[in-house]
Design a binder for this molecule. Sequence first.
Ligand SMILES: Cc1cc2nc3c(=O)[nH]c(=O)nc-3n(C[C@H](O)[C@H](O)[C@H](O)COP(=O)(O)OP(=O)(O)OC[C@H]3O[C@@H](n4cnc5c(N)ncnc54)[C@H](O)[C@@H]3O)c2cc1C
Length: 512
Amino acid sequence: MFDVCIIGGGIAGLMLAHCLPSSLSIAVLTKEDSFSSNTALAQGGIAASIGPGDHPTSHATDTLFASAGHADAERVKLLTTEGLAIIESLLSRGLPFDANQAGLPLLGREAAHSTKRILHAGGDQTGKMFLQYFLAVTDDHVKRLPYNSVLELVLRDGQCVGVCVEDGQGNRSIIQDHHIVLATGGIGQLYSQTSNSSVATGDGLSLAFHAGAVLEDLEFVQFHPTVLTLNGKSHGLISEAVRGEGAWLVNADGQRIMTGVHPLMELAPRDIVARAIEWHWQQKGPVFLDARKIQQFKSKFPSIFTNCHNLHINPGQDLIPVRPGAHFHMGGVQTDEWGATTVPRLYAIGEVASTGVHGANRLASNSLLEGLVFAKRLASKLLSIGFNFKEKEIHLAEVTKEFALPANLQVRMTKLVGILREVDKLQKFNTDFPLRWFDLQHYSSLHIKDIHRYTACSLIAKAALLRDESRGAHYRRDTPETSEQWTGKTVELSLAGYTFGERLLKYKESMS
Ligand SMILES: Cc1cc2nc3c(=O)[nH]c(=O)nc-3n(C[C@H](O)[C@H](O)[C@H](O)COP(=O)(O)OP(=O)(O)OC[C@H]3O[C@@H](n4cnc5c(N)ncnc54)[C@H](O)[C@@H]3O)c2cc1C
């Protein structure tokens, strides 16, 4: 029995393990190896108001603005104030952020930030550097269990008491724990185009749903406009900075597709660019980035150049094929300000959680920060609750049922629940793939993994159908306007059905 079982070894899971004292026994389970995660892919950096003249209030204002009126102001205040303190502490403890000759962190600026506040490490390898740092400083009391997939959360008397796990050899077992934490990351792999790691299949959403937890804001999926796409397969991000350097979005004849769409052309807000590219793909055909006139592309964008080169694309001579891809999930398992879900002894942190800080659209570089802040808060919460629960007698059930994953689920998700949504398409998806509860313990491991994908898709589709307005990343062609009636309302899904929750939107200027 572990004191804390953390499902997921990205930035959120490892930060939590790091914040808990060595007197506790802690397990960190990961589906694949320690570096298979979205954290390992994070390039841009992490936001914190550390620069001269900057302040958490300003960071909070930018975050709330980006959220399209949907973030929780109190939670955003926690994010920006406590986030700054954590970054200062990591700096003093030697996390190798890129710095100038005076040793001060180099700060970048990203879209919708009003000032330079993005710290980065290893150039464009910020996420990887965080993982390396945490793996190096984590003590022996943390037992890392790679290639251990959690199949099911085990419940007794309405509490979460453990996890059912399949190890790398295909053996199933039950691990009982005092506290169980979902840190399972995002959902990008539910779509056919994505920037996400192979592990981002929405398991945490399905695990929580089957355990009876409330999930919210699931309709808000952020799509990155330019994922390198060849023969329908995604091959990583082409960062916004390439458009910033002057690359054009063009059709196969070399004509610019943003003409007449937005005065800022390629530099219009991310959502608008993503929707324009997707519309073009659906109505007219492929879209490319023309980066041929960018001088010294290789030295300006070394990792993108290498990625292109490996695919036999020379950005100096060739057009780069791009299509929007699922990038970040704003919604997830509903938590309080300490990371507690609605199920006793079950918690959620990182991208799988809905903490209310992103609203309908995430501000760039706020997600790594969210992982750190809410992991640290959860550590103090767990210590205050204690570890005095008794083990129960629990046995594995017999496998008696089967589940066949519908064909082309990713393609159907992309077409019907993608960037450009419509009521008819959403209804079709909801009819074809209705949200269901499965008695997981009676299915084989393989089938459970498919059930998790299916359930995560159905949850997102259900929420997208219910919110009949457009807001932030959720765009509905049948209701293209943002509706006042939806302001401050969350769509909450659980085994009990759906309800509409309230969100605290009032923003206090009095932050000190
Ligand atoms: C290409 C890319 C670039 C990005 N750039 C930035 C950036 O510059 N700044 C920023 O702030 N954010 C960025 N993001 C977003 C950010 O990286 C993620 O939101 C964040 O890293 C998520 O961290 P996490 O700990 O919640 O999940 P992850 O890092 O994704 O980790 C999830 C973990 O859960 C495990 N897991 C999942 N399911 C199971 C299961 N059933 N059983 C056992 N283990 C399981 C996985 O194995 C993995 O270890 C980027 C994302 C992508 C994809």
